[in-house]
Design a protein around this ligand. Sequence first.
Ligand SMILES: *Cc1c(COP(=O)(O)O)cnc(C)c1O
Length: 376
Amino acid sequence: MLAIKEIQFVDLSRQYHAIKDEIDNALQECLENAEFIGGSKVKQFEKEWAEFLGVKNCIACANGTDSIEILLESYGIGNGDEVIIPAHTWMSTGEAVVRQGAVPVFVDSHPDYFTIDVTKIEEKITNKTKAIIPVHLYGLPADLDPIMALAKKYNLIVIEDCAQAHNAFYKGKITGSIGHSSSFSFYPGKNLGAFGDAGCMVTNDDEIADRARMIANHGQTFTNGVIKKHSHTMSGRNSRLDTIQAAVLSVKLRHLREWTIMRQKNAKLYSELFENTGIKTPAIPEGSTHVFHLYVIQVENRDQLVKDLSKRGINTAIHYPGILPQMKAFENSGSHLLQFPVSQVYQHKILSIPMFAELTEDEIKYIAQSVIELTR
Ligand SMILES: *Cc1c(COP(=O)(O)O)cnc(C)c1O
């Protein structure tokens, strides 16, 4: 066995040290210019990210959760409206719906891919349904073609939750460019992460883009993307991106493609090492690329394995230990007693093992070998 002392679940310091000069220069510039909120660096990142995705508009905001909420509000989705979301996702997706006064309607997961089971969406559509928020969970695109077809048939809005899927592809198209609009988080641990909270909304719909920008900036109007000060036409909110975060994101964006390939290479090695060992590894459907925000295995003795791995210095996590409809927070959503047979079962088996671009081959082998030994 290799002499490895401790492996972080995500080690962001390695990434920083790999691009230290670029980052330090960008930060220094912000300090010298005394630019802290908005400004030219935010404009520049918005432009670069929109170009990267091939969409017309990118509106930076304070975090990914806000971006979902602001998009819902931009479409006028609120009181009593129903929004279809996966049962198995991070809190934000459901929380944003509730915060807008709308009702989250939960759908079970696909048995192989963890993303929303598209065959179970139509039965949940009512005359109150206004939107679907597919989540590209763990970095794998949800099956968007049938979702877009349902949206067309029932006149619904599709908001992609891309918080875990920067630079993922679905049938040749980059995620974030397929739905009517999309939400991104740049939380530090995401595949493209800032040095604090950060997020954005993207859309080809100019009207929605203007509304979103207005809501995120105290309801002030805009001319050519520039705030008209004290021109509050509605009560909005304060959800802005810091200049420093934009500067960091612009630097990191230059490395995103390379980092994606490194993650995919790490995932491939894990999957090869786990072959024929009884450990269930992530499946990737034909036509999709997986960007492995998380590498999630399924094992029977999960809780014991977590403890045993930790004794060997291997840090793991569970995404997520509970499905949303069974949380107290969604008690009043009318979904508490419903069954979600697929996600309810794998919820007890899923385990996220260390995954980031800079993991070394030796570390991956040590982790895989440990998992195999400890599940035998
Ligand atoms: C991280 C995340 C968000 C929200 O991002 P924040 O920037 O932390 O607010 C939303 N949805 C999913 C699926 C996420 O993983």
